[in-house]
Design a protein around this ligand. Structure first.
Ligand code: ADP
Length: 315
């Protein structure tokens, strides 16, 4: 059986810990490296007692980053600071941008061929930041850099299934654009299984999917943002990347990637995953009038967030 080496950067955090748990349970993972600037010895000791196949190793602090990254096939980045009530994803920008830059410099040096899954927010900016860091290092391959937007799809599937009275496992909603507010564009006209919604349902579902993160931030009331559902979504996405690497056919997930489906340099849409990462970016398919209007709004904000990320590195 193939085994892949996976590193989680920010493994002690709210997302990192449950993500480490889920990756330790993944039979495709043979080696799991847990890196953070705090608490990795404890998290690693704890996770390492699980009787699953993956060998777990912990790495603490910047001097151990290179050892954490060497030889990795997939690097997942949830490192950063959590969103607090009243804080937008963009408020996190300066802190997380610097963290992502440092981590990507390490990836360029130690595992330039790894697939990189970026979770740290704002994803609409941190993915362009990662791309700029890799370009500067001469290691950039757009096929291997993916922003994780799976939580938007997971939420869309859940909320749509609730409205339709279906099992959420049987529902698939494409979500395109980006990973913040109005840039999150669920394509309710392309739901599988085919179905139709009233305009009230479309408005309710679109708003709820776009504000899913805020719903959790408010419910947690100061204790952080979505971590458990995010870890679930990231684990699902990482598993899809690993199945692609293994050579499985027909692995399609939405992700925020370098793209030519719009005039923007990055865009989230369905991508087919394979042995080299992204094998194909699927076309958006037919959008209805409501979705076309949403797309214009999304593109306006996305363009700014992408530019902000690029400027952070090239300032
Ligand atoms: P979230 O809810 O998004 O997971 P947390 O603050 O709980 O947010 O977790 C983020 C994790 O990222 C923390 O464990 C923190 O120590 C870690 N982190 C912060 N800076 C760095 C860094 N430079 N490298 C690696 N991990 C980092």
């Amino acid at each position: 059986a193939p085994g892949f080496k996976v590193a989680i950067l920010g493994a002690s955090g709210g997302i990192g810990q449950p993500l480490a748990l889920l990756m330790k349970m993944n039979p495709l993972v043979s080696v799991l490296h847990l890196y953070d600037v705090v608490n990795t010895p404890g998290v690693t000791a704890d996770i390492s007692h699980m009787n699953t196949g993956a060998v777990v190793r912990g790495f603490l602090g910047q001097p151990q980053l290179e050892n954490a990254l060497t030889g990795m096939d997939l690097v997942i980045i949830p490192a950063g600071v959590p969103r607090k009530p009243g804080m937008t994803r963009d408020d996190l920008f300066n802190i997380n941008a610097g963290i992502v830059r440092t981590l990507c410099e390490g990836i360029a040096k130690c595992c330039p061929n790894a697939i990189v899954n970026v979770i740290s927010n704002p994803v609409n900016s941190t993915v362009p930041i990662a791309a700029e860091v890799f370009k500067k290092a001469g290691t950039y391959d757009p096929k291997r850099l993916l922003g994780v937007t799976t939580l938007d799809v997971v939420r869309a599937n859940t909320f749509v299934a609730e409205v339709l009275g279906l099992d959420p496992r049987d529902v698939n909603v494409p979500v395109i654009g980006g990973h913040a507010g109005v840039t999150i564009l669920p394509l309710l006209s392309q739901v599988n299984p085919p179905c139709s919604f009233t305009s009230e349902e479309i408005s309710y579902l679109t708003t709820r999917i776009q504000n899913g993160g805020t719903e959790v931030v408010e419910a947690k009331a100061g204790a952080g943002s979505a971590t458990l559902s995010m870890a679930y979504a990231a684990s699902k996405f990482a598993d899809a990347c690993l199945r692609g690497l293994r050579g499985d056919a027909g692995i399609v997930e939405c992700s925020f990637v370098a793209s030519q489906v719009t005039e923007l340099p990055f865009f989230a849409s369905k991508v087919r995953l394979g042995r080299c990462g992204i094998e194909e970016i699927l076309s958006l398919g037919p959008l209805n009038e409501f979705e076309r209007a949403g797309l214009e709004k999304a593109k306006k904000e996305l363009a700014e967030s992408i530019q902000k990320g690029v400027a952070f590195i090239n300032k």
